[in-house]
Design a protein around this ligand. Structure first.
Ligand SMILES: Cc1ncc(C[n+]2csc(CCO)c2C)c(N)n1
Length: 225
C-alpha cells in the first residue's frame, strides 16, 4: 500500500463521490448531455490555468532537485493538456476566444484557490496531497472508462477525452505523482499529521466531485436557455 492508497482508504467516500460521479458515468456510457460536456470543457480550460500556478508553487516550495523536476514535468504536462482542451473545444464548436472570454464558475474558483492555499499555508506535502486527486483520479477514471482499450471505444462521443486520460502520458504522470507522495511522506508523517492530510485529500476530492456537478448544472441550464 503506497501513501496514496492510504489516503484513498481513509477518505473512501469522498474519493468515490469524485471518481464515480454521475458525470463520469454519463461520459462512460455516452449518455452525458453534450451541453454539460461543453460547459465542463470551458471551465476546465480556466481551471488548468490556475492549476498550473499551483504546480509552479510546488516548484517554488521544492527543496531538492528531484522535487523541482517533478513539478517541472507536471507543469509541462499541463501545458500539453491545455492544447488538448483547445483542440477538443474547437471540435465541440467552442473557439479559443470564446473559451478565454468566459468567467470562472465559483466551484472552479473554490477548487483551484483551495489547492493554492494548501500550498501557501502548508508545506510541499500538504500541496502535493491537495494536487493528487486531480492527477491520479483522472488517470483512474480514464482507465475505468476504457476497460477494453481506446480502440474498443470506436465512435464513442467522448472517445477523445477518455483516450487522452487512459493513455500512457497521463498514466505515467499518475505513477510519478504517487512516487512524489511516497518520497515526501518518507520524511516523516505522524498520526496527527496523517489526519490533517486526509482532511486535505478529502476536501480536494469533494471539490473534484463539485466540479463534475458544476458541469451537469451548467449543462442543464444551457438546455433550458
Ligand atoms: C477539474 C480537473 N481535474 C483534473 C484534471 C486533470 N488534470 C489536470 S492537470 C493534470 C496533471 C498533469 O497533466 C491532470 C491530470 C482536469 N483536467 N480537470
Amino acid at each position: 500500500m503506497d501513501f496514496f492508497d492510504r489516503l484513498k482508504a481513509a477518505a473512501h467516500d469522498d474519493w468515490q463521490s469524485y471518481v464515480d460521479h454521475e458525470f463520469v458515468r454519463g461520459m462512460g456510457d455516452g449518455t452525458l448531455p453534450h451541453e454539460a460536456f461543453k460547459a465542463y470543457l470551458v471551465q476546465d480550460y480556466l481551471f488548468l490555468i490556475h492549476f498550473s500556478r499551483a504546480w509552479a508553487l510546488a516548484a517554488y516550495k521544492a527543496r531538492t532537485l528531484q522535487d523541482l523536476k517533478a513539478a517541472q514535468d507536471t507543469l509541462s504536462a499541463i501545458l500539453n493538456e491545455m492544447n488538448l482542451h483547445l483542440r477538443l473545444c474547437e471540435r465541440w464548436g467552442l473557439s479559443a476566444e470564446a473559451v478565454e472570454a468566459e468567467e470562472e464558475h465559483p466551484a472552479n474558483v473554490a477548487y483551484t484557490r483551495y489547492v493554492l492555499d494548501c500550498g501557501m499555508s502548508g508545506d510541499l506535502l500538504d500541496l502535493h496531497v491537495a494536487l493528487s486527486p486531480c492527477v491520479i483520479g483522472y488517470a483512474e477514471i480514464g482507465k475505468a472508462l476504457a476497460p477494453n482499450g481506446v480502440e474498443a471505444l470506436a465512435d464513442h462521443p467522448y472517445r477523445e477525452w477518455i483516450g487522452e486520460y487512459a493513455g500512457e502520458g497521463f498514466q505515467s504522470a499518475a505513477t510519478a505523482a504517487r512516487a512524489t507522495l511516497d518520497r515526501l511522506a518518507q520524511r516523516g508523517v505522524s498520526e496527527e499529521r496523517f489526519t490533517e492530510l486526509v482532511k486535505i485529500f478529502g476536501m480536494a476530492s469533494r471539490l473534484e466531485a463539485a466540479f463534475w456537478q458544476m458541469g451537469l448544472d451548467l449543462g442543464a441550464q444551457a438546455k433550458v436557455a
